[in-house]
Design a binder for this molecule. Structure first.
Ligand code: NAD
Length: 478
């Protein structure tokens, strides 16, 4: 057990339950292959207690004023900032991303708590003029009820915080199952909330076999709302479970982000922004730019600059201050990336840089750029969720937009151009929930985050983020 990595727990009804009395699974540092901890798995009895606890927690929390709720959320944000260095260290150990990115992520998680603390205070209803002066008509927003949330391992601080902060701000209680690969960060977030004064039962944290937990929680009559971030197939499955139980579900799923680089773009800036954006998080980001469509007249010049900018990114352990690209987070990604690169090569793709696993300890894969990738290659259809970019030529903007919109994904899309006319067309015609023109930084608490088509439903963040945790009640009073 590594000293810098704390013990891992379940949090049920305000009690921390360690792996000592439970089945558990190992947590592995993906940069060193070292086992750094063991995450306890909830038993069925634990899940039943979590349900009882969230029911009780909901009663307490919905009767706590929005003002008092906001105070606790803001205090938790402050504790996250105070503890940022320790939490970021935990995050880098379990997830692998560079420490500077982990620090940024913890700060972002705190931003979400502050943002939603205030949004909770602005969940206004309205008074509607009635047809009779004797009648008063109120439209109120109320918390939907206890929430079951499932968050992944790629952003272990932001993804649980976005769900927890919005649910709590609305007055809901929540049971969250964060990713088992990176449990330590979510535990620290829960600890900050508990230390800030969150009553027992308002937040429960469980780990275990994801399919067992999701099935149990979604079917429970106590749970009124489901939220999931992860892959399209799992999202589809959870959506079916939620549909059968008639529960609304928010889904943040995968993407295959297209990028349209017009011949009038600033190619130096575009190449360096895309190298940083593509290989950030080692490509394990749902917004990651994947199909880079470049106008034919500038494609070779762009490729040379993009390859150079990508080769300048240092791969290594996230604790090395020069590291820009950490390891992949688990063995599943190594296999998936290996299979995609081999498939593209066998079908005639040119490997412009990378294409190999880095030998030695850890799950490192070289930033990989592929050109001349045929339309039937796997990487042209499936989300790589890893450090692979595909560069393809286009002739007209119509062609680029058609290719960009070809896949059922619709999470993020990007355009690089100095032309206002092109920028307006790309903003209007690319089919995605989030569009970046001349940049790729899209994760900010005050903006809605979410996809369309198969990439999901609903938004987290922004003014929209709290709405899915609220229901509308109409009161007519004579
Ligand atoms: P996966 O589909 O097995 O798991 C993704 C996440 O869903 C994990 O956190 C996992 O614990 C959880 N999960 C899996 N089955 C579940 C179930 N039945 N009930 C509840 N939760 C469940 O894939 P993976 O190998 O962990 O990750 C790779 C894929 O996941 C990628 O291709 C990507 O599409 C997707 N992903 C997306 C995001 C995102 O931000 N949208 C984040 C992480 C992973």
């Amino acid at each position: 057990m590594n000293q810098a990595y704390g013990e891992l727990f379940l949090l049920i009804d305000g009690q921390w339950i360690s792996a000592k009395q439970r089945a558990s699974s190992p947590v592995v540092n993906p940069a060193t292959d070292e086992v750094i901890g063991h995450v306890p798995h909830a038993t069925m009895a634990d899940l039943e207690r979590a349900i009882e606890s969230t029911k009780k927690g909901f009663k307490v929390w919905k009767n706590t004023s929005a003002y008092e709720r906001a105070k606790i959320l803001r205090k938790a944000a402050g504790l996250l900032r105070e503890r940022s260095e320790a939490i970021a260290t935990t995050l880098t150990m379990e997830q692998g991303k560079p420490l500077f990115e982990a620090r940024y992520e913890v700060g972002s998680a705190a931003d979400y708590f502050e943002w939603f603390a205030e949004e909770g205070r602005r969940s206004y209803g309205r008074v509607v003029p009635s047809r009779s002066t004797a009648v008063q008509q109120l439209v109120k927003k109320e918390p939907i009820g206890p929430v079951a949330a499932f968050s992944p391992w790629n952003f272990p601080a932001i993804t649980p915080s976005r769900k927890i902060a919005a649910a709590l701000a609305a007055g809901c209680s929540i049971i969250i199952k964060p990713g088992e690969e990176c449990p330590g960060t979510a535990i620290e977030i829960a600890r900050a909330l508990q230390d800030a004064g969150l009553p027992p039962g308002v937040l429960n944290v469980v780990f275990g076999e994801p399919s067992v937990i999701s099935e149990f929680l979604i079917q429970s009559p106590v749970i009124r709302k489901v939220t999931f971030t992860g892959s399209v197939p799992v999202g589809r499955h959870l959506s079916e479970l939620a549909g059968r139980a008639l529960k609304p579900i928010t889904l943040e799923l995968g993407g295959h982000a297209p990028v349209v680089v017009c011949e009038d773009a600033n190619l130096d800036a575009t190449a360096s922004i895309l190298a940083a954006g593509k290989f950030r998080g080692t490509g394990q980001i749902c917004l990651s730019p994947t199909r880079i469509l470049v106008q034919r007249s500038v494609i070779e010049e762009f490729l040379a600059k993009f390859v150079k900018a990508s080769q300048a990114l240092k791969i290594g352990n996230g604790f090395d201050p020069d590291t820009k690209v950490g390891p992949l987070s688990n063995g599943r990604r190594i296999k998936a990336i290996g299979d995609m690169v081999a498939d593209a090569k066998s079908k005639g793709a040119r490997v412009m840089t990378g294409g190999e696993r880095v030998p030695g300890k850890g799950l490192f894969w070289q930033p990989t750029i592929l050109a001349d990738v045929p339309a039937d290659a796997l990487v042209m259809h499936e989300e790589p969720f890893g450090p692979i970019a595909v560069v393809l030529p286009f002739d007209t903007l119509d062609d680029a937009i058609e290719e960009a919109n070809r896949l059922p994904y619709g999470l993020a899309a990007y355009g690089f151009t100095e032309s206002a006319r092109n920028a307006v067309r790309l903003g209007n015609e690319l089919e995605a929930g989030m569009i970046g023109i001349n940049h790729t930084q899209m994760i900010v608490c005050e903006l809605p985050f979410g996809g369309i088509k198969d990439s999901g439903q609903g938004s987290e963040g922004g003014a929209e983020g709290i709405q899915s945790y609220l229901v509308t009640k109409f009161i007519s009073q004579v």
